[in-house]
Design a protein around this ligand. Sequence first.
Ligand SMILES: [Zn+2]
Length: 393
Amino acid sequence: MPSETIKLTAKFKLKEFSEELNNLFSTYREIVNYLITFAFENNITSFKRLKKETYKKLRGKYPQLPSHYLYTACQMATSIYKSYRKRKRKGKANGKPVFKKEVIMLDDHLFKLNLEKGIIKLSTPKGRTFFEFYPAKYHEKLRDWKVGQAWLIKTPKGVFINVVFSKEVEIGEPFTFVGVDLNENNVTLSLPNGEFVQIITHEREIRTGYFVKRRKIQKKLKTGKRRRELLEKYGERERNRLNDLYHKLANKIVELAEKYGGIALEDLTEIRDSIRYSAEMNGRLHRWSFRKLQSIIEYKAKLKGVKVVFVNPAHTSSLCPICGSKLSPNGHRVLKCSNCGFEADRDVVGSWNIRLKALKMWGVTVPPESQPMKMGGWKPTRYEINTLHTING
Ligand SMILES: [Zn+2]
């Protein structure tokens, strides 16, 4: 069976940190900045060359520092300098590149993670040091995952360690696909048995609620620390709430798709049907949310051995899934085909076309969709995400 790698990043908060760790942050920043300047002055974009030309000098200057910090600092400096060059070419950067963040990149020589005991063992200039951390979300599920790179990050809220976990999973051949159309307030699924399922998410209400809250704060407090803190607090609450919603949604989608073996989503990396997204509030944020939700669906699906494919989103909401003619609006959110008389909700059309595209992409010959014409169109079965109770049908 073909296998795929799933990756996910978990964030752990350290229970406390020491003066020593503080010093490590500033030493590391010093080194990264030295390396960036060196790369900048000598126009070096290769990690190998940068390491070769600076290693001896840095080793001499920081003899106590475990050498792998120099490797990861070189990696960071190379990528920072490269992205600086890219921005510069577009006229978006001037002056010298500088690294101001409190971030330390770690490779597997520099730390060992003990999930069971909640301890990270870190190599420091003074030898191995232990730090306790608070459990992360979905902590137990990560036990049998492989630990990859990590980043130590110092924020006003404390020191965090972000760890990349990976796992090899076996993905079966899909024999068919469930088409999934993501919308701002619902997710619509087109099942291979001809049924449609719509899950009402209320995401728009959640967003609008927080939007109004932020507006009130901005009106009441014009500047200052309190304003920043409040905005940050509600921003975090909104993100957490949406994250929970996405996990719940993704679980349901994967549950419905599991027996069919495949899920089809729209490829949103380049949004062609931009009207569908930009007309709504906070277009940019929504694109971010769609990608976020997609990535949660993708990794949950892979964990269950379900294949995920991405299809070109062009025309998924404008062509008739039965005869391929152009659809025209016929009332609120309803589309009609003047050629064959097909008429349905645009979310039904979207998910249906996504499923058909995946079948074609996968080389499955698509038989003419010949479900008996239902009077009044194709109605999805509606569920509320909070209860997952059926609303109709
Ligand atoms: Zn038609």
